[in-house]
Write a protein that binds this ligand. Structure first.
Ligand code: T46
Length: 137
């Protein structure tokens, strides 16, 4: 099941007197090559993001600054994660519904993705997502 493959990945952190540096290499620290990077910011208080699943896309979601909650759902099980460290990334495999909320002020959510943007890769309707989960089981 998809949720079994979701996990928090601890990324390298290089610390010295100047501060910290974290890096991610596709195929090494995360199980996919990186084809796209995007980030969410200026999320208003009480705002929510997500509310969809991807058919093929894999992602690593990082709270580069601030914090937020993310609930993953593979149609059978749900699991809530709290991201608040720049050196942890949540790996989300394909076919996982996600809901993101409780963003702290000033949060920057960095996302590394396995493919370029394709609206056809989205399930934005939860029932259609569930139907597809049932068919593929
Ligand atoms: C996810 C969470 C964490 C583009 O044109 N190109 C892009 O690369 C992306 C990501 C989005 N868009 C457009 C599509 C929509 O018209 O930007 C608009 C907002 O996208 P969306 O509703 O998908 O935004 P979020 O914040 O709900 O979700 C995004 C990612 O789409 C999604 O993969 O997991 O961030």
């Amino acid at each position: 099941m998809a949720l079994e493959h979701a996990r928090v990945i601890e990324l390298p952190k290089i610390s010295d007197s100047r501060g910290n540096l974290t890096f991610v290499e596709g195929g090494r620290h995360i199980p996919f090559e990186i084809k796209r990077i995007y980030y969410l910011y200026d999320v208003p208080g009480g705002g929510a993001r997500g509310g969809h699943a991807h058919k093929k896309l894999e992602q690593l979601v990082i709270a580069a600054s601030g914090s937020f909650e993310i609930v993953l759902d593979d149609g059978r099980n749900k699991k809530k994660y709290f991201l608040n460290r720049s050196y942890y990334g949540l790996y989300i495999p394909q076919m996982v519904w996600r809901e993101m909320e409780n963003f702290s002020s000033g949060t920057v959510c960095l996302v590394l993705a396995s493919d370029i943007y394709d609206e056809d890769d989205y399930f934005r309707n939860y029932q259609m997502f569930l139907n597809s989960c049932t068919i593929t089981r």
